[in-house]
Design a protein around this ligand. Sequence first.
Ligand code: HEC
Ligand code: HEC
Ligand code: HEC
Ligand code: HEC
Ligand code: HEC
Ligand code: HEC
Length: 258
Amino acid sequence: MKILYLLLLMSMFLYEGRLSAQSPFDLPPLPPSENYGDIVIDRTAKATKGTPVYFSHWVHRVKYTCRVCHYELEFSMQSNETPIVCDNGTMKGRYCAACHNGKVSFGPKDEDGETCSRCHDADSSSGGRKFNELQNRLPKSRFGNGIDWSRALNDGLIKPADSLSGEVRELVNVRNLVLEAEMRGISYAVFPHRTHEQWLDCSSCHPELFNIKKKSTESLRMINMIRGDSCGVCHLRVAFPLDDCKKCHPKMRNWGGY
Ligand code: HEC
Ligand code: HEC
Ligand code: HEC
Ligand code: HEC
Ligand code: HEC
Ligand code: HEC
C-alpha cells in the first residue's frame, strides 16, 4: 500500500502539468457546463440513418427527480439501452411519451404542427439563455453544470416532482456513511444517504452497485469510478463529476490547486 501511495504521489508530480483536470487521475474532459449531462440517443437512428435525438438532463432534473425516469419509467442509466419506440412520431409507447403527449409537455404534433425536430436534432443545444438564467438563479458549484443541485433542492429553489402521479414518498433516512480509504494518507470519503434518497430509489444502487453493508463492496475504488462504474455511474456524466474531490473527500488537501 505504501508503495502504491508513493507511486501515486510521483505520478501526480509528473503529470501535474499535463492533465487538464490537474488531478492524479486521468479524468475525461468536461463539456461546457450547459452541455454537461446531455446525451445523444441514436440506437435506431444509427441503423436507419434517421436523425439522432438530443436529451438534456438539466432541463428535466429541474422538474423531476431521477427516480421518475430511472425507476418509474425504467429508463436505463446507460445511454442507448432503452428500447424507446417513437413509431414514426405516433409515440404511443411509454418512455418519452409518458410526458411528451401534448399535456405534460409538447407532443410530436401540437397546434403549431409537428415538433419532430425539437427532439430529433443532435446539433441543437439545450444551452443558451435558458441555461444562463437557471445557473444565475441557483447556488454555484465548480464543475459539471456549475450548479450545486443538492443545495438548490434543499433551499427549495427547485421543486422537482418525485413521481408521475404526484405522490410524495416518505424518506426512510438511512444513516450517512464515512468510508475510510483503503490507502494511507488519503482522507475518508462521505456518502450521504439522504441526499441520494431525495433523488433516487434504493434500487438504483442496491444490490447491483453496492452491498447493503458498509465497506463490503470491492468495486468501491476510484479506478472503477473513472471507468463509469461504482459512484462513477452518476458522478461522471450527470451528478457532479469526479473532478470535485472535496465534495466526497471533505478533508482532502488541495490537489493541483483545488
Ligand atoms: C419527445 C421527443 C420526440 C419527438 C417529439 C419525436 N420523436 Fe421520434 N424518436 C424519439 C426517440 C427518443 C427515438 C429513439 C431514437 C433512437 O433510438 O435512435 C425516436 C425514434 C424515431 C424514429 C425511428 C424508429 C421509430 O421508433 O419510429 C422515427 C422514424 C421517428 N422517431 C420519427 C419521428 C417523427 C416523424 C416525429 C414528429 C412527428 C417524431 N419522431 C417526434 C423522440 C421523439
Ligand atoms: C425526464 C427523464 C430523466 C430524468 C429526470 C433523469 N434522467 Fe437520466 N436518462 C434519461 C434518459 C432518457 C437516458 C438515456 C437512456 C437510454 O438511452 O437508454 C438517461 C441516461 C442517464 C445516464 C447515462 C448517461 C450516459 O452518458 O450514458 C445516467 C448516468 C443518468 N441518466 C443519471 C441520471 C441522474 C443521476 C438523474 C437525476 C439527477 C437523472 N438521470 C434524471 C432520462 C432521465
Ligand atoms: C417525466 C416527464 C418527461 C419525460 C419522461 C421526458 N420529458 Fe422531455 N420534457 C419534459 C418537460 C416537462 C419539458 C419542458 C421543460 C421546460 O419547459 O422547462 C421537457 C422538455 C424537453 C425538450 C425541450 C428542451 C428545451 O431546451 O426546451 C426536449 C428536446 C425533450 N424534453 C426531449 C425528451 C426526450 C427525447 C425524452 C425521452 C428520451 C423526454 N424528453 C422525456 C418532461 C419529460
Ligand atoms: C446512490 C447509491 C445509493 C442509494 C440510492 C442507496 N444506497 Fe444504501 N448504500 C450505498 C453505499 C455506497 C453503501 C455502502 C456500501 C459499502 O461500503 O460497501 C450503502 C450501504 C447501505 C446500508 C448499510 C449501512 C451500514 O452501516 O452498514 C444500508 C442499510 C443501506 N445502504 C440502505 C439503503 C436504503 C434503505 C436505501 C433507499 C432508501 C438506500 N440504501 C439507497 C449506496 C446507496
Ligand atoms: C445512481 C446515481 C448516483 C450514484 C451511484 C452515486 N451518486 Fe452521489 N449523488 C447523486 C446525485 C443525483 C446527487 C445530487 C447532487 C448532484 O446531482 O450533483 C449526489 C450527491 C452526492 C453528494 C452530496 C454533495 C453535496 O454537495 O451535498 C455526495 C458527497 C455524493 N453524491 C457522493 C457519492 C459517493 C461517494 C458515491 C459512491 C459510493 C455516490 N455518490 C454514488 C447521484 C449518485
Ligand atoms: C463521488 C465521490 C468521489 C469523488 C468526487 C472523488 N472520490 Fe476519491 N474516493 C471515493 C470513495 C467512495 C473512495 C473509497 C473509499 C473506501 O475505500 O471505502 C475513494 C477513494 C479514493 C482514494 C484511495 C484509493 C482508492 O481508489 O480506493 C484516492 C487516492 C482518492 N479517492 C482520490 C480522489 C481524488 C484526488 C479526487 C478528485 C480528483 C477524488 N478522489 C474524487 C469517492 C470519491
